[in-house]
Design a protein around this ligand. Sequence first.
Ligand code: C2E
Ligand code: MG
Ligand code: MG
Ligand code: MG
Length: 290
Amino acid sequence: LLLPPAAVIVTVIILAVIATSRRRLSPTGEIASGLHRREFFVRYQPIIRLEDEVCLGAEALVRWRRRDGTEVPADQFVPIAERSGQIRELTDQVIDRVLVDMADTLAKRPDIHVAINFSADDMDSGRIITKLENALKGTGIQPQQIWLEATERSLMHVDRARATIIAAHERGHSVAIDDFGTGYSSLQYLQQLPVDAIKIDKTFVDTIGTDAATSIVIPHIIEMAKTLNLVMVAEGIENAEQLAYLRAAGVQGGQGYLFARPLDPGDFVAYLNRPRGAVAPEATQPETSF
Ligand code: C2E
Ligand code: MG
Ligand code: MG
Ligand code: MG
């Protein structure tokens, strides 16, 4: 049977398009299959009390290990999932994962907390409060042990964010503003939202000891947080000079490669139980073995 040449060409093009689209899913399609296959997991970066370097807890940081073994960092898929609405499912999986990874440790150590990152969708809807309540049932983990972190951007719908923060407090959770100082109206958020803590963004910590124009900002952030009685946690502490500065300035907590990288659950537990004064080997090694 002979087809006219035009029909053959059209058929070949259609088949080629189908073959290509089968091989390459859109980023959203890939995240969907990653969610379906439960390829997302969590690393835990220790949060340290600067005064005496005691570990206070950890921040839960999501990672994606794809079927080919490659590991995708959070900032390469979280923003996509936020835009597509998949962040809800991702947040749920992160909460479930944290409770599986940390149930024993948190139940044994009521003094330790885990901070989970939430997006605008999570803070707008407040559904994470119910999700957390259900997930915590029967685990022996106190709500006080779960902190919420939300960036200024995710708190933009101030009224809805405030309702979520108030509901979080009623349950016993603490709430921190993440990446503090990088938004365009940080001060306004602080005035309107009853948060407990701020995470001082790494970009400000980076300026400590330099004469960058932005280095004049960090004393003001610290002053303001003190005036408002907010707990301060500095992120991205990489050297002893930064630690000394933040400690002297009265910043209570910190995290960064100087102490430890984000760790797999077992390594975090080992870090927690390490003898005082021991140097964490993880702090000097790359995060992944890939
Ligand atoms: P973030 O919440 O501000 O987290 C801190 C980021 O700084 C993490 O990057 C951490 O690995 C990195 N970091 C910590 N200490 C140091 C240091 O000393 N030096 C350097 N260079 N980096 C340091 P990560 O894990 O790639 O996460 C990036 C962002 O993705 C997070 O920023 C957070 O906004 C978002 N994210 C991570 N996990 C989740 C999650 O489960 N849900 C949501 N919605 N967002 C998440
Ligand atoms: Mg965070
Ligand atoms: Mg942060
Ligand atoms: Mg940050």
